[in-house]
Design a protein around this ligand. Structure first.
Ligand code: ZN
Length: 185
């Protein structure tokens, strides 16, 4: 009997460098460019050490989130009264579990959200379809791009700043270090 394979999952965002081409083969959700491997979608990175292949997991729902659970989601469409999301991860005691479920976000009053924002949210529906909300301080945006030039926005104090075009804005950011702080040179 072989030991079950231990999988270290970590959250990646589009554009993240996840390794170099000599380390492993770029599978689903990854691409190789100039010797580096980049994530092309948000999700959970899995590296299979036997086949030396890495993927961004997408289609392996392990568990259905329940009311009160924290999830990570990508905003797919924004309408006046409804925001459509794809939930790609569930926080659990065992770590972050991959998911691929559609759902809705209750629009926070006065808070702007845009397509492709990535959020940490709380589930408020008892089952599917998942309904999410952002009312607590550690819920909100964890990754977003500049509306002018599509560069990644960085957190500077309580504002988001684009280092490419100088755009700044205040958004509903998830507090307590949930907002992405990965340095890229
Ligand atoms: Zn910009």
């Amino acid at each position: 009997m072989t030991m079950p394979e231990r999988k270290a999952l970590r959250i990646v965002f589009p554009g993240d460098v996840v390794g170099v081409a000599e380390e492993f083969i770029a599978g689903d959700g990854l691409e190789e460019r100039d010797g580096f491997i980049y994530a092309t979608r948000p999700g959970l990175l899995e590296v299979n050490m036997y086949t030396r292949t890495a993927y961004v997991l997408f289609h392996k729902p392990v568990k259905i989130p329940r009311k009160g659970d924290r999830v990570l989601a990508r905003i797919t469409n924004v309408e006046r009264n409804l925001i459509y999301v794809k939930v790609f991860a569930l926080e659990s005691k065992k770590g972050v579990l991959p998911l691929d479920l559609s759902g809705y976000l209750i629009p926070p009053p006065g808070r702007r959200l845009r397509k492709e924002d990535i959020i940490r949210a709380k589930v408020v529906s008892p089952s599917t379809p998942l309904i999410l909300e952002l009312s607590e301080p550690d819920l909100g945006i964890i990754f977003t791009i500049c509306p002018n030039c599509l560069s990644e926005l960085r957190l500077s104090g309580s504002r988001l700043v684009c280092r490419n075009c100088g755009h700044t804005e205040r958004r509903k950011i998830a507090k307590n270090n949930w907002f992405k702080r990965v340095r890229r040179s």
